[in-house]
Design a protein around this ligand. Structure first.
Ligand code: ASP
Ligand code: MG
Length: 421
């Protein structure tokens, strides 16, 4: 069995969905579990619905939702040729449920409502793709992943309950392959034991696919993207990027941790743990070789890898009374970061100070400064970039930092990181 994942870009138009169908068709003699995310930029649009709903701007929210409805109905009608298919009742039901949510008075957390509304994107896209495939004789079964992925109630960043989910995969997913070779389901979403919808974090569909691959003991996972494969830098930011034909799990987990946006960082562990190779391929041309990510790859052949994380803030936290920043103080500071869910991208400590580079989030930074204010003086630089270079070659780092101020630098034999202004 193979696991495929198709992202928003591969579903953003009728033509692209037809292209996806052609890819799947060419594998249809095999068992495939297909994980799909929301079409195009639907998730961003749904975020706006949730936002307006929570601000009690109900009319704007309803209008935005209705735009999303029209877009989906139009695509579905073009794919299926008419509105006779039972799909249209199913879509109607999803929209009615979302409208009910919009009719509620927001009494719970924003994150809760966010998940109830934003999870709609994947339900719509999978229902449409599944109905279209069936009509095109690509026989498949549609599954609501909320009946399979059981999570805790950390809305917007839900954590999977592995034991329960594995059991549901065995009981609810495996038997479906007796009916059809293809099972289609949603990425990015799941459900609590109270049947509340959750999401797993933005861009989380890669991770959903990896969880399935792990639990189904799949032979491989393939992420179909609009790029040829993994490159040594983001082609949107750098010219002359190089394709990487093969790379190890550990290398990819490092670079996605530093901010490379190719693959969701949580994707690697479930695959590595079961030694399942991950292919990254182009849905625009399935015959291009793409990239394979697996355990044993010789890093000697890798080109320099460049990751640039924008919109960074450098905080320097200095103890007011000249206390050393030792274990106990670091542990207090860390506790605050943990409480506020602030991820540290780079850190360094000195005698009485601690510096770290984090993503810009004004709200969280303000809360952090308030909490630490009594004991620490905090200085703050914003609008920075965090540059990471692995396997640096002569002159490359200097070239990339030319004309910039280096506020902090860290080096290991393989990795160099610089905070640039
Ligand atoms: N649709 C979700 C998002 O845009 C999940 C994903 O694309 O992986 O974040
Ligand atoms: Mg998406």
């Amino acid at each position: 069995m193979k696991v495929f994942k198709f992202g928003g870009a591969s579903l953003e138009s009728v033509e692209r969905i037809q292209q996806v169908a052609a890819i799947v068709q060419s594998f249809s003699d095999q068992q495939l579990l297909i994980v799909i995310s929301a079409m195009g930029k639907t998730t961003n649009e749904l975020e706006k619905v949730a936002h307006n709903f929570y601000l009690r701007k109900r009319e704007i929210a309803a209008q935005l939702l209705s735009n999303i409805e029209q877009q989906h109905l139009e695509i579905a009608e073009k794919l299926l040729g008419n509105r006779e298919n039972p799909l249209f009742d199913q879509l109607q039901q999803f929209f009615t449920e979302a409208e009910w949510t919009l009719g509620e008075k927001p009494v719970r957390s924003y994150d809760y409502y966010y998940d109830q509304l934003v999870s709609l994107g994947e339900l719509l896209s999978t229902a449409i793709v599944s109905a279209y495939f069936n009509q095109a004789a690509i026989n498949n079964t549609w599954v609501d992943v909320r009946d399979v992925f059981r999570t805790d109630d950390t809305f917007r960043e839900a954590n999977i309950n592995w034991e329960v989910t594995q059991q549901q995969v065995n009981e609810r997913i495996l038997p479906l392959f007796k009916q059809t070779n293809i099972v289609i389901t949603q990425g990015f979403i799941g459900s609590t034991d109270q049947n509340e919808s959750v999401t797993l974090g933005r861009e989380g569909s890669d991770y959903s696919a990896a969880v399935f691959a792990n639990m189904l003991n799949a032979e491989s996972q393939t992420i179909w993207k609009d790029v040829e494969g993994l490159k040594n830098a983001d082609p949107k930011l750098f010219p002359n990027t190089i394709n990487i034909p093969e790379i190890s799990f550990s290398e990819v987990i490092e670079i996605s941790y530093y901010g490379a946006q190719v693959i969701h960082p949580k994707t690697i562990k479930p695959l590595q743990n079961k030694q399942i190779p991950l292919y990254v391929k182009s849905f625009l041309n399935k015959d291009l070789p793409g990239t394979v990510i697996r355990e044993e790859v010789d890093n000697k052949h890798l080109p320099p890898i460049i990751v640039l994380k924008k919109n960074q803030v450098l905080l320097t936290i200095t103890s007011r009374n000249f206390d050393f920043i030792t274990e106990d103080r670091i542990s207090d500071i860390y506790e605050m970061f943990h409480k506020l869910k602030i991820k540290i991208n780079l850190m360094q400590n000195a005698a009485i100070s601690f510096s770290c580079c984090i993503d810009h989030n004004s709200e969280k930074i303000e809360l952090l400064m308030k909490a630490l204010h009594n004991d620490f003086k905090i200085s703050y630089h914003e609008g920075l970039e965090l540059l990471t270079v692995r396997y640096n070659q002569d002159g490359m780092l200097e070239e990339l930092s030319k004309g910039r101020n280096v506020l902090l630098e860290q080096r290991s034999p393989v990795t160099i990181q610089r905070v640039l202004k």
